[in-house]
Design a protein around this ligand. Structure first.
Ligand code: SAH
Ligand code: SF4
Length: 375
């Protein structure tokens, strides 16, 4: 049989519990096989059916014929002196995505920054991903595959107290709510005990504000929510986040209230505010921001703009970001400044990937480094 005529094997990596159960039923097996195989894949990082010793030999052979566990290929893996680790991954069509693991709290927290799309269609004016345009949505297997690769490389999850990845933030490349059908199954696997078993508070979706999909998300999941606000008036936000022309600030904040109403009482939204020199870093901006967020249970993260070639924007000085922080403090907000990490390996989180393969100029890649580390 040639490669062209060989039957396609089903990739089990991105399947939710329900999908995996349906798969086993479809091959005449019992549903409980799903949990067994999920544990092998996501707890042990296994990609070889032959190693799944609690399955019969016959079933292992059958699975090897009809199924596969195929994650993204690791093109590069690096660690920086501050403990940040980065993987450049090659996905199906030869595009690259990057995944960054950022340690915090003396190693107690290890946050993985995950991408949802190759490129992004939303074209925020200060974002290098936006500047690259949109190439395609990642599949659920490619999204969860980033967690799978990171965990495999750090070590299998032997016990819940010592997880290689303790938190996930969907703050890599792409707008997760514009790839809803793949992001939601991947997030379900992050939360599932037979997947990565992370609590909903430790899994964060970051969005620039796709309001209808945010409402849909709230009906299905109650993961932590981060909103990329960056401006407290519509005129400025229209410029920075063009999606604001479709769903303006009021519409977006109303959607945040509806989202929170579907979660438990103590939940807060994280407001991401990229501080850009002379654009949104003045006292008046702090006042507007404080006023705007008065009614919303939220915390603000300040992210100094991370410059990239031809962005047309500048990074504010450290002092200016501190002043902005102080103004917010005086108005009743404690807003941590998220600092760049993993500089020596070009680690990136926040705007991501910078280094998607450009097929015409493979070697001319660039990357931006920033850490956004939600709880
Ligand atoms: N598309 C989603 C998630 C990915 S972007 C979103 O926009 O929320 C993750 C975060 O990085 C967003 O808050 C985004 O605004 C921010 N970001 C993008 N480019 C940046 C830059 N050059 N400097 C600092 N933060 C940036
Ligand atoms: Fe897309 Fe987010 Fe970048 Fe905007 S900030 S272009 S939504 S990845």
């Amino acid at each position: 049989m040639t490669a062209d005529t060989a039957p396609q094997r089903t990739n089990l990596l991105g399947m939710t519990r329900e999908e995996m159960e349906a798969f086993f039923l479809s091959i005449g097996e019992k549903k409980f096989r799903a949990a067994q195989v999920m544990k092998w894949i996501h707890h042990e990082g296994c990609d070889d059916f032959a190693a799944m010793t609690n399955l019969s030999k016959a079933l292992r052979a059958r699975l090897a014929e009809v199924a596969e566990i195929r994650g993204p290929g690791v093109v590069y893996e690096g660690s920086s002196s501050d403990g940040t680790r980065k993987w450049v991954l090659e996905v199906e069509d030869g595009s690259y995505v990057e995944t960054v693991l950022i340690p915090a709290d003396n190693g107690k927290r290890r946050t993985l920054c995950v991408s949802s799309q190759v490129g992004c269609s939303l074209d925020c004016s200060f974002c290098s991903t936006g500047k690259q345009g949109f190439q395609r949505n990642l599949t659920a297997a490619e999204i969860i595959g980033q967690v799978w690769v990171a965990q495999r490389s750090v070590g299998p999850r032997r016990d819940t107290a010592n997880r290689p990845v303790t938190n996930v933030v969907m703050m890599g490349m792409g707008e997760p709510l514009l790839n809803y059908d793949n992001v939601v199954p991947a997030m379900k696997l992050m939360l599932d005990d037979d997947g990565y078993g992370l609590s909903k508070r430790r899994v964060t979706l970051s969005t620039s504000g796709v309001v209808p999909m945010l409402d849909r998300l709230g009906d299905e999941l109650d993961v932590s929510l981060a909103i990329s606000l960056h401006a407290a008036n519509d005129e400025l936000r229209n410029e920075l986040v063009p999606l604001n022309r479709k769903y303006n600030i009021r519409t977006l904040l109303d959607a945040c209230h509806r989202y929170l109403a579907k979660c438990d009482d103590t939940r807060m939204v994280t407001i991401e505010y990229t501080v850009i020199k002379d654009v949104n870093d003045q006292q008046e901006h702090a006042r507007q921001l404080a006023e705007l967020l008065r009614e919303l249970p939220c915390k603000i993260n300040l992210i100094p703009f991370n410059p990239f070639p031809h962005s047309g924007y500048e990074q504010p000085s450290r002092n200016q970001v501190r002043r902005f922080q102080q103004w917010l403090f005086e108005l009743g907000y404690t807003a941590p400044i998220r600092t760049t990490r993993g500089d020596d390996i070009d680690a990136a989180c926040g705007q991501l990937v910078g280094r998607v393969k450009d097929r015409t100029r493979r070697h001319e890649r660039y990357i931006q480094s920033i850490q956004i580390d939600a709880d």
